[in-house]
Write a protein that binds this ligand. Structure first.
Ligand code: ZN
Length: 382
């Protein structure tokens, strides 16, 4: 991760040496040179003030006006600061982004999209803002300081210790934002589309509404995926995963959803494993197609970035004494203690996302490799 270097500030804060002032004059005088015509104390003081003025005004480290600040397009925003991830991120400020700060409905006809019209039309939306303020672990004075802004990175690092993975049951991020923002009054920090594009909809300082009891302490991501179903009820999977020319499943976005607004033109999405995956979540057997390879690649990099930015998020997931994934809600005490990457189903008994197909060792060990950490023991065996 590229943390902003303090070197620039440190250099800029070093006062320039007044080498032309009395010290040099004294040296000249010692060499026997005539002192006449040299600067007076008053002139020296004036010049010194001119040189130090930017420092005294606190603006010496600011760039010149209209200086262009380049971005690589892989940055996430954390308490107003940018961190590289090494994978494509479209923030709420970028063209094609999704802005969870806006109170209008994103996909309603614009004449009906205002908050007033929305409140009348959609009863589930009770407040203009679909997110709140983190307050856990903060003193009253700190809450006053950060309300309406004012977060600093160390304070945020102190209160964030979980990264929650969801699947969206919408199939594509455009539909996910539509459901969350326009219809349910919910929010999520990140969405991961089928082409591997990550959308950030809110600064991570915000308390997104996505995981009930973990909202205060977590960052959340909705992975575009149609979700998991009982073996006897997999029609949505049959609709979305159609055989391609080679007979292998291809993600087929239904026409009723219109332009899928994928960032990658003409993207063809395929699950990382062609056969649907069957497994037990919350002691219920479910069937799900895997994520796309592009989603895994992006999620690995984002996970590594978050574990680096937030030292309390351990690059690990809920595992039992044998090192295997715990595929159900954690007991309350375990959940309270857990600091790391987890699924929505680890938090709530009524949730099954991110489903049985998600390859936890692939994500976590991929991220650990980027962080220079050893692979987890259970994954080494497999
Ligand atoms: Zn969820």
């Amino acid at each position: 991760m590229n943390h902003p270097s303090p070197v620039g500030l440190a250099l800029a804060a070093t006062p320039p040496s007044p080498a032309f002032c009395p010290a040099r004059r004294a040296t000249s005088a010692q060499r026997g040179a005539p002192a006449r015509g040299g600067p007076t104390w008053g002139v020296c003081l004036l010049l010194l003030l001119i040189v130090l003025a930017p420092l005294l005004l606190g603006g010496c480290h600011l760039a010149r006006p209209r200086t262009f600040v380049p971005r690589k397009g892989d940055e996430i925003i954390v308490a107003g600061r940018m961190f590289h991830t090494g994978t494509r991120v479209v923030t709420w400020m970028d063209p094609g982004g999704y802005d969870a700060y806006r109170v209008e409905r994103r996909f309603a006809p614009i004449a009906e999209s205002s908050w007033e019209s929305t409140a009348a039309a959609v009863k589930a939306l009770r407040t203009p803002n679909r997110y709140g303020q983190r307050k856990n672990g903060l003193s009253d004075a700190e809450i006053e300081r950060v309300r309406g802004g004012g977060w600093d990175l160390p304070t945020l690092q102190r209160v964030v210790d979980q990264f929650v993975l969801h699947y969206d049951v919408c199939g594509i991020s455009k539909s996910c934002f539509n459901v969350l923002h326009d219809h349910r009054g919910l929010s999520i920090h990140f969405m991961l589309d089928i082409d591997g594009t990550i959308y950030q909809t809110l600064d991570l300082k915000e308390r997104a509404w996505h995981a009930t009891t973990s909202n205060d302490r977590s960052v959340g991501i909705e992975i575009a995926n149609m979700g998991a179903y009982p073996p006897a009820d997999t029609k949505p999977l049959q609709d979305w995963y159609r055989p391609g020319a080679d007979g292998q499943p291809v993600i087929t976005v239904p026409e009723r959803l219109g332009d899928p607004m994928l960032h990658t033109p003409d993207f063809v999405g395929r699950p990382a494993r062609p056969a649907p995956v069957t497994g037990d979540i919350q002691n219920t057997t479910l069937v799900q197609y895997d994520l796309t390879p592009q989603q895994y690649a992006a999620l690995i990099k984002l996970t590594a970035a978050l574990c680096k930015v937030f030292p309390q998020i351990s690059c690990d997931y809920p595992r039992d004494s044998t090192g295997e994934l715990v595929p159900r809600k954690l007991p309350d005490d375990d959940l309270a203690r857990f600091k790391g990457v987890l699924g929505h189903y680890h938090i709530q008994t009524n949730k099954t996302d991110p489903g049985p197909a998600l390859q936890w060792p692939k994500i976590i060990n991929g991220a650990r490799r980027l962080l220079g950490l050893p692979a987890l023991p259970s994954a080494r065996k497999s």
